[in-house]
Design a protein. Structure first.
Lengths: 170, 332
């Protein structure tokens, strides 16, 4: 999961390392650090917003560790559904139970269909749908796409997915 | 002046395009110090042989008037076996079932000590490695730029211009007919059947369009790319293929509203070969329209390199063939 935390650090040298090292100890992958020097809190501390990827089960231990080492954890929020993909489905989408198709993604817990437009030209003709799927990370997004492919296959729908855009490291 | 003797085996649109290009480039070739002579031309009905060089103009006229170049009964294999020349230009039609007659022509050419330049996809999609090895074993050159992307120089770009790079993946649009149909459907909001008919009437699609619209042609080209660039030993059966026949104008409209176009994209990466309709962002270099072809090559050093151009046409394809002929002349 991807977590965004606001920590409050004392305005003395070495505090940032104190905040970051526990995250790497718990094998967190730090994505961004925003050090808000000019936004001192009334308590005289400096807020730092850190976004990182970490296993869900170690999150509470991490917070404990941070608090024990004197870093105040002001806010913890999960950055859900950070990755996104657009797809098109063609076929008898409604008659093959669109609700069920969406459920298959929503029930994963790591991905959701967040947008959908449907075009049904005539009863006997195939319809087309544009869907946006969001997921908590790229890996999960890949899994969600695989589920979608399986469903499309079973329901005889044509699934059109995007080209791999930033596929430098294919 | 260096005399280079070639034969043109197969005298359809591509073969005739090669002949016309040689005629129109006479001065250029002379400046390069090359006297390019066509000593044998064959089509399905017979052949013409002249060891001093065929008068191409009159052969083109005879082909137009009589439907054949034949002045004699020797066939393609006779020319390759018996007429002494340097390069066999193999432009017979693609046969994806067994690669013939191109396969036998190429095998015999290598056995007879001749270089081969070809536009024929069949033999390469079925026996790429065998042909490549036979050429190498005999110290001969095997050039096939015209098999993929028409005028677009994909292979020389990768093998020569990008030498030293490792190619990590390729995405491309390699079938002009499909690209034309999808572009028209999207721009005119017309259904597939209607656009296909229009494409057939204007000669862009074949009477039997299966080969193009089911993605077979794209898959064959992808196989040649995989074998040539990634050193794979793939055949048509290794490609996961979906064609464009199920695409609706509504799907294209939905894509358009969200800043995408739908293209039949060939993808080779990580050993996986796939031809399928894909969403391409409108401003992406792969989003070329009409009958254009495009290839986007991902490399470790140069990053992404994308080239596009005309994927078919008699003279355009001849451009690739002529370039291959000159490559051989300069290196042999």
């Amino acid at each position: 999961m991807i977590v965004s935390m606001v920590l409050e650090l004392q305005d003395i040298p070495g505090q940032l390392v104190l905040a970051l090292s526990p995250i790497s100890e718990f094998h967190g992958n730090i994505l961004s650090v925003i050090h808000k020097h000019d936004e001192k809190t009334p308590r005289g501390t400096i807020p730092v917003q850190i976004t990182f990827e970490i296993e869900h089960r170690v999150l509470n231990n991490l917070i404990d560790r941070l608090e024990k080492s004197g870093v105040k954890v002001a806010r913890v929020g999960e950055e859900r559904l950070r990755s996104t993909v657009s797809i098109i489905l063609i076929g008898h989408i409604v008659h093959s139970d669109m609700g069920d198709t969406i459920d298959k993604i929503d029930s994963t817990g790591f991905a959701e269909v967040v947008d959908m437009s449907l075009s049904m030209p005539a009863i006997e003709r195939t319809s087309s749908a544009y869907l946006v799927i969001n997921a908590i990370g790229e890996k999960e997004l890949g899994k969600a796409l695989d589920i979608m492919k399986e469903v499309a296959d079973k329901k005889d729908l044509l699934l059109i997915e995007p080209i791999r855009l930033n596929s430098v490291g294919l | 002046m260096r005399i280079v003797n070639i034969s043109i085996i197969g005298f359809g649109a591509v073969g005739q395009g090669v002949a016309r290009s040689i005629l129109s480039k006479k001065e250029y070739l002379e400046k390069e110090g090359i006297d390019l002579r066509v000593v044998g031309i064959s089509d399905s009905k017979g052949s013409e042989i002249n060891t001093n060089g065929i008068d191409i103009e009159s052969t083109l006229l005879r082909k137009k008037e009589k439907g054949s170049v034949a002045t004699g009964t020797e066939n393609s294999l006779d020319i390759i076996r018996n007429v002494n020349h340097d390069i066999v230009v193999e432009t017979t039609p693609t046969n994806i079932n067994n690669g013939e007659p191109g396969l036998s022509n190429m095998r015999l050419a290598f056995e007879s000590g001749m270089h081969v330049v070809t536009s024929n996809k069949g033999p390469l999609a079925l026996h790429f490695n065998e042909l490549k090895e036979t050429a190498e074993d005999n110290g001969l050159l095997f050039r096939y730029e015209a098999t993929v992307g028409g005028a677009v120089p994909i292979f020389s770009l990768v093998h020569e211009a990008l030498a030293g790079n490792s190619v990590t993946g390729i995405e491309g649009i390699l079938n002009g007919t499909c690209n034309y149909i999808l572009t028209r459907m999207s721009e005119e909001r017309m259904p597939y059947d209607l656009v296909l008919k229009e494409a057939q009437e204007s000669g862009i699609a074949e009477t039997d369009p299966t080969y193009d619209v089911e993605g077979i042609d794209s898959a064959i080209k992808l196989v040649i790319i995989a074998n040539s660039i990634f050193g794979q030993n793939s055949t048509y059966r290794d490609v996961n293929v979906t064609g464009i026949t199920k695409i609706t104008p509504e799907a294209l409209e939905l894509a358009n509203e969200n800043n995408y176009v739908v293209k039949l994209v060939c993808e080779a990466s990580g050993g996986m070969l796939r031809v399928a309709p894909r969403l391409v962002p409108k401003r992406h270099p792969l989003a070329v329209g009409g009958t254009l072809n495009v290839a986007s090559i991902l490399t470790d050093l140069a990053g992404r390199i994308t080239i596009s151009g005309k994927g078919a046409g008699s003279i355009e394809t001849a451009s690739s063939i002529l370039s291959d002929i000159l490559y051989i002349v300069r290196r042999s």
